[in-house]
Design a protein around this ligand. Structure first.
Ligand code: 5GP
Ligand code: ZN
Length: 118
């Protein structure tokens, strides 16, 4: 059983912000912004590569509800999912990073030159 499946089963504790029948949102253990939540489907999906359009429909509504609950929907936020090795995915259970609570940096990408990655 993967790490996030254990959190879903409450075998590992997490600071849960929002939960529905199909989805769960909990605070990242190593936050990268004043608000840093991980939103996941409860049913194990490896990554964005495998997720169905139906699950994504539910995820969208769930994340929208989450950002309203956190009161970051108006001030703005960022939603990211890392996929695979090049994407930097460490936990192989689909999760959306929901980051907000302050002006988020974008410079590292805005100024990036593709050659820098070779
Ligand atoms: P990834 O790199 O896979 O996109 O993101 C994995 C995220 O999970 C990281 O931001 C990391 O801090 C978080 N994380 C790893 N282990 C735990 C844990 O046991 N509990 C919680 N709440 N977050 C975790
Ligand atoms: Zn899992």
């Amino acid at each position: 059983m993967c790490l996030f499946c254990k959190i879903v089963d409450k075998k590992i504790p997490a600071n849960i912000e929002l939960e529905s029948d199909d989805f769960m949102a909990f605070h990242d253990i190593n936050p990268k912004a004043p608000v840093h939540i991980l939103a996941i489907p409860k049913l194990h999906v490896d990554s964005f590569n495998e997720v169905s359009a139906q699950t994504m429909g539910g995820m969208t509504a769930f994340i929208q509800e989450l950002t309203k609950k956190l009161a970051i929907d108006k001030s703005g936020y960022r939603v990211i999912t890392n996929v695979g090795e090049n994407g930097g995915q460490e936990v192989k259970h689909l999760h959306w990073h929901v980051l907000g609570g302050s002006k988020l940096k974008w410079d590292h990408l805005a100024d990036a030159d593709p050659k820098d990655f070779l």
